[in-house]
Design a protein around this ligand. Structure first.
Ligand code: FES
Ligand code: FE2
Length: 346
């Protein structure tokens, strides 16, 4: 069964720091070969990583005079994708290099992250109609920590794992978080946001030791937006922590899950190795579970979604369906998520 990726949306591509001036980085995104890089002036760009002449990956070439030069016959491409030079031409062939293009992907660099717009149609959809996900942080805030893991699963299972409240006490059983014994009934209010939903700001569970470390009056709001952007915004007294989790499809069966953290407290610096370890532990636990799940999915079984713990996963499927339908019918997206309260034990 082939996986349909959502299009005309922004996906997290890579941390800003992964792109250095004049370096070229190859990355598979939604199954497509992409070359990411920066020009001499620091401008990031992304092109299809495939020379239109004879398919050599442009990432094997170099950045020279503001262009990307293919290593095979030296064709040069502007960051816009337009061919700038074909060295073998003597000038009498009637070949106009400027008529040759390699696919360009729109990029936005913001708060230390690079987002890529994966259009449905490379020719007609190149101007994004929506903005990159808005993070509740200062315009100049930079990530304090970024951790990425490759999950051996298709995008949907990675995303459903992200929004699934019921696995916490079983998968994330570590003494500083919570135990299976600490399960209790919860009621959480949800509301729709432009392309997703939010678990309205609330006091986090008293069984989450990690939140208690922050001190002060702690509140947290967790939102999800298509295609696969989860933002947890924690307020503790005058301080704030923002955790961004993104799922980017690499191939149909591989998804890169990246956690990026921003925080305002400077006292955290000496504890950063501990936080990094905690974030890695969580990601590893989730990754191991989807790897285990993959063993069962091989048999293509029917799956279940139950009330109320799986309702966010049901919303995810409805959001996807509506996004795809609204795009193909050329109409406004109508958010199918209701304002409601969900109940479960976790
Ligand atoms: S294959 Fe790239 S220039 Fe020929
Ligand atoms: Fe998890």
């Amino acid at each position: 069964m082939s996986v349909e990726f959502l299009r005309n949306l922004w996906y997290f591509a890579t941390p800003s720091r992964a792109l250095r001036n004049k370096q070229l980085v190859h990355k598979l995104l939604l199954g497509e070969p992409v070359v990411l890089g920066r020009t001499e002036t620091g401008e990031p760009f992304a092109l299809r990583d495939l020379c239109p002449h004879r398919a050599v990956p442009l990432s094997a070439g170099r950045v020279v005079e503001g262009t990307i030069e293919c290593p095979y016959h030296g064709w040069r491409f502007k960051p816009s994708g337009q061919c700038a030079a074909i060295p073998s031409l003597v000038g009498e062939e009637g070949v106009d290099p400027s008529k040759i293009h390699v696919r360009r992907y729109p990029l936005v660099e913001r708060n230390g992250l690079i987002w890529i717009y994966m259009a449905q149609d490379p020719v007609t959809d190149t101007n994004p109609v929506i903005d990159v996900p808005e993070l509740p942080i200062a315009a100049d805030a930079m990530p304090r920590m970024i951790e990425a893991q490759l999950f051996p699963c298709e995008i949907d299972h990675a995303v459903m794992g992200l929004m699934d409240p019921a696995h916490g006490p079983f998968v994330h059983k570590v003494w500083w978080w919570r135990s299976a014994k600490s399960i209790h009934a919860k009621a959480k209010k949800y509301a729709p946001i432009p392309r997703g939903f939010t678990m309205v700001s609330h006091k986090p569970s008293s069984n989450s030791l990690l939140y208690n470390v922050l001190g002060g009056d702690v509140s947290t709001e967790i939102s999800f937006e298509l295609p696969s952007v989860r933002v947890e915004h924690i307020k503790a007294g005058k301080h704030e922590v923002v955790g961004l989790t993104t799922c980017t499809p690499i191939t149909e069966q591989q998804t890169e899950v990246t956690q990026t953290f921003y925080w305002t407290m400077n006292w955290v610096a000496p504890f950063k190795p501990i936080f990094r370890q905690a974030a890695l532990t969580f990601l590893n636990q989730d990754r191991e579970m989807v790897a285990l799940q993959a063993q069962g999915l091989k048999f293509n079984p029917r799956l279940m979604l139950i009330q109320d713990a799986d309702v966010p996963a049901m919303w995810y499927h409805r959001l996807k369906k509506e996004w795809t339908a609204s795009r193909s019918e050329g109409r406004q997206f109508v958010n199918p998520v209701p304002e409601t309260t969900l109940h479960w034990r976790s």
